[in-house]
Design a protein around this ligand. Structure first.
Ligand SMILES: Cc1cc2nc3c(=O)[nH]c(=O)nc-3n(C[C@H](O)[C@H](O)[C@H](O)COP(=O)(O)O)c2cc1C
Length: 331
C-alpha cells in the first residue's frame, strides 16, 4: 500500500490533491462530492474585501434613510431579524462544511487595503477553519508606488492577520514580483506557513461592439503548469515553508512533475470545473500506479527529488537553458 500522505501548513493531508477555491467549494453537495472523490482538503471561495465593504455601505445607507424620520411611512422596513450579511453567510457555510466533512477546510480572504476586512480572519478561525489562505489580488498601477512598497503592503497584511489568528496561514501569490525568492523569504519571516503559487490574473477584454472593457474569465490551460513547476523547483531548497501549486494542473503528468519539484500540495480548480469533482479519484489512481511503477513507497519519497538542489543540471531552471531552447526551435 502506497503512502500518499503529505504535510501542508503543518496539517497532515491524506494525499496532495486539494480542491482549490472555486464555485465547487461554495456549496455543501459539491464539497461532499469532492471529499468522496478523495480531495484531501478544500479551500472555500474567498470572502472579498470589496463585497463586504459594498454591503456595509448599502446597509449604512439603508439605516440612514430609515433614521431620517420615515418610521410612519408605509414603506418603512426594519432590518429583518434573520438578516445575514456576507460574513455571516460565509461563516455559516464554513461551519456547515466543518460539521459535514472530515477533511480540513481552508478559509480564504481576498483584499488589499489595510482596513477592517483582515480582522475577519479571526472569525473564520473561531468558526472552525483549519487554516487560512490570504489571496492578495493586487494590480500595481500607481507610477508613484515602488515595488518595495507593494511588497510591504503584503507583509503588513500578513503581519496584521498573524496577530489575530493562531491557525496556519498561506499566501496565494501572483507570479509578478521582481524577486520571487526574496518575497517568499520575507513572507516566511513574517509568519506565513506556506505560499500557493501562482494566482492567475483574469484579463479583462474589450468588447468590439460596445467598445467597452468587458470582464472576462477563462479557465486555465495545462501549459500554465510549467511556470509553477519551475518556481517550485527553484524555491524548494531555499525556503522552509509549505509550497502549494495552483494553475494549469489538469493531468497526472503535471501533478507528478510539480511533486517531484517539491510541492507539498497541488490545488485543482479548472480541471474539476470541466470534468467534475469525481475526476480526483481518477487522478489519485493514476498517481498510485505511477508510484508503483517507479518503485516509490510514498509521496514523501518522491517529493522534491527533482528540485533544483538535487537536479543533475542545477542551471536547467535558471538562465542557461534559455539559449538552448531558443536555438532548438524549428519552424
Ligand atoms: C470561477 C472561478 C472562481 C474562483 N474563485 C476564487 C476565489 O474566490 N478565491 C481564490 O483565491 N481563487 C479563486 N479562483 C482561482 C482558483 O482557486 C485557482 O487558483 C486558479 O483557477 C488556478 O487553478 P486552475 O488552473 O486549476 O484553475 C477561482 C477560479 C475560478 C475559475
Amino acid at each position: 500500500m502506497i503512502d500518499l500522505t503529505t504535510q501542508y501548513l503543518g496539517l497532515t493531508l491524506k494525499n496532495p490533491l486539494v480542491a482549490s477555491s472555486s464555485p465547487l467549494t461554495d456549496n455543501l453537495d459539491d464539497a461532499k462530492r469532492l471529499e468522496d472523490a478523495g480531495a484531501s482538503a478544500i479551500v472555500l471561495p474567498s470572502l472579498f474585501e470589496e463585497s463586504v465593504h459594498h454591503e456595509q455601505k448599502q446597509l449604512e445607507k439603508y439605516v440612514h434613510s430609515q433614521a431620517l424620520g420615515h418610521y410612519e411611512a408605509e414603506s418603512f422596513q426594519p432590518i429583518p431579524e434573520d438578516y445575514n450579511g456576507e460574513l455571516d453567510n460565509y461563516l455559516q457555510h464554513l461551519q456547515n462544511l466543518k460539521t459535514s466533512l472530515d477533511i480540513p477546510v481552508i478559509a480564504s480572504l481576498n483584499g488589499i487595503s489595510d482596513s477592517g476586512w483582515i480582522d475577519y480572519g479571526k472569525e473564520m478561525m473561531q468558526a472552525g477553519a483549519d487554516a487560512l489562505e490570504l489571496n492578495v489580488y493586487y494590480v500595481a498601477v500607481d507610477p508613484e508606488q515602488t515595488g518595495e512598497q507593494v511588497e510591504d503592503q503584503y507583509i503588513q497584511l500578513l503581519t496584521r492577520l498573524r496577530e489575530q489568528i493562531t491557525i496556519p496561514v498561506s499566501m496565494k501569490l501572483s507570479s509578478q514580483f521582481s524577486s520571487m525568492a526574496n518575497m517568499v523569504i520575507k513572507l516566511q519571516a513574517a509568519g506565513a506557513n506556506g505560499v500557493v503559487l501562482f494566482n492567475r490574473f483574469y484579463q479583462p477584454d474589450i468588447d468590439l461592439d460596445t467598445l467597452k472593457v468587458a470582464p472576462h474569465i477563462e479557465l486555465s490551460s495545462p501549459v500554465e503548469s510549467l511556470l509553477r513547476i519551475r518556481w517550485i523547483a527553484l524555491l524548494r531548497s531555499r525556503v522552509e515553508l509549505s509550497l502549494g501549486a495552483t494553475g494549469g494542473f489538469h493531468n497526472i503528468e503535471s501533478i507528478i512533475k510539480v511533486l517531484l519539484s517539491g510541492a507539498d500540495a497541488v490545488f485543482l480548480c479548472s480541471v474539476l470545473l470541466n470534468k467534475g469533482p469525481e475526476y480526483i479519484s481518477e487522478l489519485l489512481q493514476q498517481l498510485e500506479q505511477w508510484l508503483v511503477k517507479k518503485e516509490y513507497e510514498s509521496v514523501k519519497q518522491m517529493q522534491g527529488s527533482v528540485s533544483q538542489s538535487c537536479a543533475i543540471d542545477p542551471a536547467a531552471y535558471e538562465h542557461c537553458n534559455y539559449v538552448k531552447v531558443i536555438k532548438s526551435y524549428h519552424s
